[in-house]
Design a protein around this ligand. Structure first.
Ligand SMILES: Nc1ncnc2c1ncn2[C@@H]1O[C@H](COP(=O)(O)OP(=O)(O)OP(=O)(O)O)[C@@H](O)[C@H]1O
Ligand SMILES: [Mg+2]
Length: 352
């Protein structure tokens, strides 16, 4: 769906808030390379100022890259003229953190607006489409209200309906839920997931909240100081974060996921002061989570396995399990345990 290659963006010096050194503006984006697949929900996460908005805004050319290439559905969008851009933006919907609604227009008129400006539809066609969209986002009874009469979650629903008006192939979400309370955030995320599944729409969303990524994204890229520092399947990035920024964001949002650093803290060891064997972290992802692997291992070897801490949960639709265990036995038995874990694709890391 989207291919980003060697993308760079430097804002002109007079507009830049953080010059790298006198006379040289810092790059807002440096050498970004990403592939986003059709039909997936792709998350981009990073701290404030990391370059998230800049990156997502280059995908519909609201921000022009300084260099590099972006192709969407096979078309090089950096080479488009005004006409081409106009057509591109009809295939890409965007929703914003602060909704950006037209305050003097009703809900229905806000949703009608993008349909009207294409000049492609009759009044009846537009009215039918608006009714359909209102129903999709659950706002049918609010159609004649003005934005000021709506809650934040309702305003964001209007934003979503408006972004979907021209049946885009791609939906860009810039911090779509960060102005909302946790419950409304969940409702909006469910709506986005539903739309992704029902309409097969590709969604790129940026956020600074790991929970948003965990709830609805299939894959994620982590951006820090204008660079992608890590990217992959959400479960993999959550359970085995590689970069320090990712590790700290996972630790803040999912304290139950323990890492090599947090596992050896006394709180994780449940008061055990002296380990008699190896401290091992086991991670499994997918259907294996519900298989009785540990009991088969226990039956097959004399090694002793003590569970110190454990979690079974889900990341989007993927079940995963994480166990902190103490493993005791002769070297040959321990080796056999590891071999069995390998056979079942259970990751094992010896922490001490
Ligand atoms: N229009 C602009 N002119 C000059 N510099 C800009 C402009 N927009 C963003 N920047 C700079 O580019 C960098 C990245 O900004 P960007 O808005 O992409 O960050 P962000 O990750 O979206 O942050 P936040 O989470 O706070 O929204 C920042 O250092 C910012 O100061
Ligand atoms: Mg931003």
């Amino acid at each position: 769906m989207i291919r980003i290659e060697h993308l760079h963006k430097t804002y002109p010096l007079e507009r830049t808030a953080r010059p790298a050194a006198a006379g040289t503006p810092a790059a807002a984006l440096s050498d970004i390379n990403l592939h986003i697949r059709k039909g997936e929900i792709f998350g981009i996460i990073g701290r404030s100022g990391a370059g998230k908005s800049t990156l997502i805004r280059t995908l519909n050319m609201l921000e022009r890259p300084s260099s590099g290439k972006i192709s969407i559905e096979g078309e090089d969008i950096t080479a488009l003229d005004n006409n081409g851009l106009h057509r591109l933006r009809q295939r890409i919907g965007m929703i914003f953190q602060h909704f950006n609604l037209l305050n003097a227009k009703t809900v229905a008129a806000n949703i009608d607006w993008p349909l009207k400006i294409t000049g492609k539809y009759t009044q009846q066609e537009r009215a039918a489409r608006v009714t359909e969209l209102l129903d999709l986002v659950g706002l049918s009874e609010h159609r004649d209200k003005y934005p000021a009469q709506l809650s934040g979650g309702q305003k964001q629903r209007v934003g979503i309906a408006r972004a979907l008006a021209n049946t885009p192939h791609l939906l860009l979400c810039d911090e779509a839920t960060s102005a909302l309370d946790p419950e409304t955030t969940q409702a909006i995320l469910r709506l986005l997931l539903d739309i992704n599944r029902k309409l097969g729409l590709t969604i790129v969303l940026i956020t600074h909240e790991m929970q948003v990524i965990r709830n609805i994204c299939d894959r994620v890229a982590v951006i820090e100081a204008g660079r992608i520092v890590e990217a992959g399947d959400v479960a993999e990035v959550f359970l085995h974060p590689q970069h320090a920024v990712t590790r700290s964001m996972v630790a803040e949002s999912a304290p139950t996921i323990f890492s090599a650093e947090t596992a050896v803290q006394p709180s994780a060891l449940a008061g055990i002061t002296q380990l008699r064997g190896l401290l091992v972290r086991l991670t499994y992802v997918g259907d294996i989570t519900y298989q009785p692997i540990l009991s088969s291992i226990a039956a097959a070897t004399p090694a002793l396995i003590t569970i110190l801490q454990g979690t079974i949960a889900r990341i989007k639709d993927t079940p995963y399990g994480q166990l902190l265990v103490e493993l005791r036995g002769e070297p040959a038995d321990v080796a056999q345990v590891f071999a069995t874990l390998d056979q079942h694709n259970i990751r094992h890391e010896v922490l001490t």
